[in-house]
Design a protein around this ligand. Structure first.
Ligand code: SF4
Length: 403
């Protein structure tokens, strides 16, 4: 259904919240032809080539929503503010927050707490997690169940899966190597669309938010003596592709929609400002204890290489029975290109890993796997260059718009 247009933190959003619509038919980003200056930046950064000229003047448009991985890099790079988001749940969330019969649960991702401050004047990358929690409470969210909790769960699951794959490699019926990470919805859609033959290599784990949604409506409901049907879960992400993920029909393991709404960092900032909350004066608060605790391994999910680093820490400890002398595995941290590393694990041998930032680099590694020439055990792929801290839902670069 067509919605009204709303300016949110420098981006136009179409304020509809589709339910029951095949997400492959939704334009999560689109070009406003009246604002397009035909510079072609969007086409340059689009990893799947779905932004194209649609007339002789060079006006661009997303021509195929099914082929769009919804990363929003086009929007983040457009100097003219010509690209808008097609889905926003902001109005619906405000309504739910007013409803005394609805228990509204916020589920913020790691990178949001490093981006949100920019909308309130703090330097890029400043950690504002404590104020973010306070702001969520002032907005009226009943619980803060942290996506960092399930980032830790992801590591336990994905790291354990990797160990099994490595140990069972070559045995009949074993899942293949290398194992790919599965937490980035842009990458998952890219693999489904362009490399479906490699899906057995994809970790069987859901993403952290894919785990937290159903946990909120099962474990969280039980622990708080709340009827699951009263819970409305709000995923808060640095991302636009997470809106696609939240609408995936299969994410309904709780018996309800696991994720009821998805917003990004810009929209959270807009909600805080609209509610008249003085963000910079807020005290530092913690998430709620149930589904709210986490480790430093969860925080580094926001950077390219972070998922790999966290999984390797676990794999090293389980395979060798020893703790890493230094948990910082700097070789896998990357902001561009492909990083590779050989990690020596006592009593096991060498674990070979690769980290790709951006889908053009992902394609190179996928082609190797497809050709049977990949030497790696584990490959991390993040769609946005540098990872979620540079996601399409993060605050816009003011210098880009000023140029
Ligand atoms: Fe979303 Fe992060 Fe993937 Fe970008 S890298 S599409 S922000 S999950």
């Amino acid at each position: 259904k067509e919605g009204t247009m709303r300016q949110i933190e420098g981006v136009m959003y179409q304020t509809n919240a589709p339910k029951g619509v095949d997400p492959d038919n939704i334009f999560f980003v689109q070009v406003d032809a009246t604002k397009c200056e035909t510079c072609g930046e969007c086409e340059e950064v689009c990893p799947t080539g779905v932004i194209q000229s649609i007339n002789d003047a060079g006006i661009r448009a997303v021509v195929d929503p099914a082929g769009c991985v919804n990363c929003g890099q086009c929007l983040a790079h457009c100097p003219y503010g010509a690209i808008y988001e097609g889905v926003s749940y902001v109005d619906e969330i405000f309504e739910k927050l007013k409803d005394p019969d609805t228990i509204v649960v916020s589920m913020p991702a790691p990178a949001v707490r490093y981006g949100l401050g920019e909308c309130f004047g703090t330097p890029t990358g400043t950690y504002v997690g404590g104020q973010m929690h306070a702001a969520l409470r002032r907005l009226g969210f009943d619980y803060i169940w942290d996506n960092e909790f399930t980032a830790d769960v992801t590591i336990m699951e994905e790291g354990t899966e990797l160990i099994k794959r490595v140990k069972n490699h070559g045995k009949p019926g074993a899942y293949p190597l290398p194992q790919f990470t599965s937490c980035c919805p842009g990458w998952v859609k890219f693999a489904e669309t362009f490399y479906p033959d490699l899906l057995p290599n994809m970790s069987t784990c859901k993403s952290p938010i894919g785990m937290l949604g159903p946990l909120a409506k099962t474990y969280g409901a039980k622990q708080t003596h709340t009827k699951a049907k009263k819970i409305y879960t709000v995923s808060i992400m640095p991302c636009i592709a997470k809106k696609y993920e939240g609408l995936r029909p299969e994410l309904a393991d709780s018996g309800f929609r696991d994720i009821d709404a998805t917003i990004n960092t810009r929209e959270l900032a807009y909600m805080i400002k609209t509610a008249g909350i003085d963000f910079n004066s807020l005290p530092s608060e913690q998430p709620d204890p149930i589904l709210g605790e986490s480790t430093g391994a969860a925080t580094i999910f926001g950077n390219s290489g972070g998922v790999m680093e966290a999984a390797l820490r676990l794999a090293y400890e389980v395979l060798s029975g020893k703790k890493l002398a230094d948990p910082n595995i700097l070789a896998v941290r990357t902001h561009e290109g492909i990083n590779t590393a050989d990690v020596a694990v006592p009593g096991f041998g060498t674990v070979k890993v690769a980290v790709a930032s951006g889908l053009d680099n992902a394609a190179k590694l996928c082609d190797e796997v497809r050709a049977g020439k990949s030497p790696y055990h584990f490959i991390e792929i993040m769609t946005c260059p540098g990872g979620c801290v540079n996601g399409g839902g993060q605050p816009l670069d003011p210098e880009l718009r000023a140029s």
